[in-house]
Design a protein around this ligand. Structure first.
Ligand SMILES: *[C@@H]1O[C@H](CO)[C@@H](O)[C@H](O)[C@H]1NC(C)=O
Ligand SMILES: *[C@@H]1O[C@H](CO)[C@@H](O)[C@H](O)[C@H]1NC(C)=O
Length: 393
């Protein structure tokens, strides 16, 4: 039973490796158009080739900012502070675009989970004071200048930035929301006094998604098949008779507990991601969990070995067990498509499944003659009206 421990190490080392590949802040290039302003601090943002410059005034808790980001002249860019959360919902944004007459304009607008209100996109008050704002478009970049009060009298704020390719009917069209898009990662907490950044926002969610993936791949995708392999093949050896049963139960129960944690995390991720629902992944996940729960309760209504319904119970138990494994593996690959991790994760999981398959095949060949012999003997025995087995089949 060291196999799961090996997989666990493998997956966590992969997790660690891929986490180290996330974007980092670095030195700024040059501000294309300074508008005659000078800023004390500059931060090259980790995504979307954007830069933020600012000057923090501790005397009156204000900052002057310049946000520079590339976009087509028919597109838009936005920079936002979210006083109540880390993501788009509740963000207070500065959004720059060319209006219908081609004038570079900056609106302040409050975002909801769905982004801007495209039917009523307007310049509105934010939840903090904005003393000044304007924008320019130069050299393929928008630059937003603004002076604002830091909300909650805190120098540490959750910031977000974004860019989109086009406007439609005077309102910004959606930015790229496809799986793995960096537009879903462009957020970080920023301390305007120290300049410290922390990639909490997007990455904490990414981190939770990774944990969800690892938990579910290990429980549903590895432990459960291992438990089935034990039940199917170890059982065959008479000397392992009650032992295989307890191993099987231990394997499936720990898989269920880990899987439950991964499943709940998945539901939470789903309810947090307003506006994006992965229907197939979600429905498969719920189906698998229900089947596994039924399977757990089936343990308690297991008829005695001699009972006439035992035969049907076995068919049902095996059918549900194999269905869970097949659906789980399908759903793990669905999850790979959603999370889109480095290829080696997928390759590692494929290698694990292939190994389990090869082991199962080998055991099938090894145990086949024993099973045949056993069947013959039990047929003879039942012919003589004797049953000497322990009852755990
Ligand atoms: C905040 O204080 C600085 C000086 O510390 C001043 O230059 C700036 O104009 C003030 N901003 C506002 C909005 O009052
Ligand atoms: C910041 O202020 C907003 C109201 O403007 C409030 O809803 C929010 O909870 C505050 N955040 C913190 C961290 O205090």
């Amino acid at each position: 039973m060291n196999l799961p421990a090996v997989f666990l190490c493998l997956f966590f080392s992969l997790l660690h490796h891929s986490a180290a590949q996330n974007g980092a802040n670095g030195a700024c290039g040059g501000l294309i158009n300074s508008n005659g302003k000078v800023f004390t601090t500059c931060n090259r943002l980790p995504y979307l080739s954007s830069e933020l410059r600012w000057t923090y005034h501790s005397t009156n808790n204000t900052v002057d900012i310049a946000y520079q980001a590339p976009a087509s002249s028919s597109g838009w860019v936005a920079w936002a502070i979210n006083p109540t959360g880390t993501e788009m919902n509740g963000a207070n944004a500065f959004l720059a675009f060319h209006d219908n007459s081609g004038v570079v304009t900056v609106y302040t607008t409050k975002l909801t989970a769905g982004g801007v209100n495209v039917n009523d996109f307007k310049d509105e008050e934010l939840s903090f004071a904005v003393h000044d704002k304007n924008a320019v478009y130069s050299g393929g970049n928008y630059i937003i200048y603004a002076t604002l009060d830091l909300p909650n009298h805190s120098t540490k704020q959750n910031t977000l930035w974004q860019q989109g390719p086009s406007m439609s009917n005077g309102a910004p069209s959606s930015h790229d929301i496809s799986t793995g898009s960096v537009n879903l990662l462009s957020m970080q907490s920023l301390d305007f006094s120290s300049g410290d950044t922390a990639s909490t926002a997007g990455n904490s969610k990414l981190h939770r998604k990774n944990i969800h993936g690892v938990l579910n791949a290990i429980s549903w995708g590895i432990l459960m098949p291992v438990g089935i392999i034990i039940a199917r093949y170890v059982k065959v050896f008479e000397s392992a008779d009650p032992a295989w049963f307890y191993l099987h139960i231990a394997c499936q129960c720990s898989a269920y507990v880990l899987g439950l944690a991964g499943w709940i995390l998945g539901l939470k991720l789903g309810s947090d991601s307003v506006g994006i629902t992965y229907h197939k992944h979600r429905n498969l996940g719920i189906t698998i969990f229900c089947l596994a729960t039924v399977q757990l309760f089936a343990l308690f209504v297991r008829p005695n070995k001699d009972h006439k319904y035992r035969f049907y119970w076995k068919i049902y138990h095996h059918a549900i067990g194999y269905s869970i494994i097949v659906l789980s593996i399908i759903n793990i690959f669905e999850g790979f498509d959603i999370l889109n991790p480095a290829d080696k994760w997928k390759h590692a999981y494929i290698a694990v499944i292939a190994t389990l398959g090869a082991v199962a095949l080998l055991l099938e060949a090894v145990t086949w003659p024993i099973t045949i012999k056993k069947k013959k003997r039990s047929a003879e025995k039942s012919h003589h009206g004797v049953n000497g087995s322990s009852g755990y089949a």
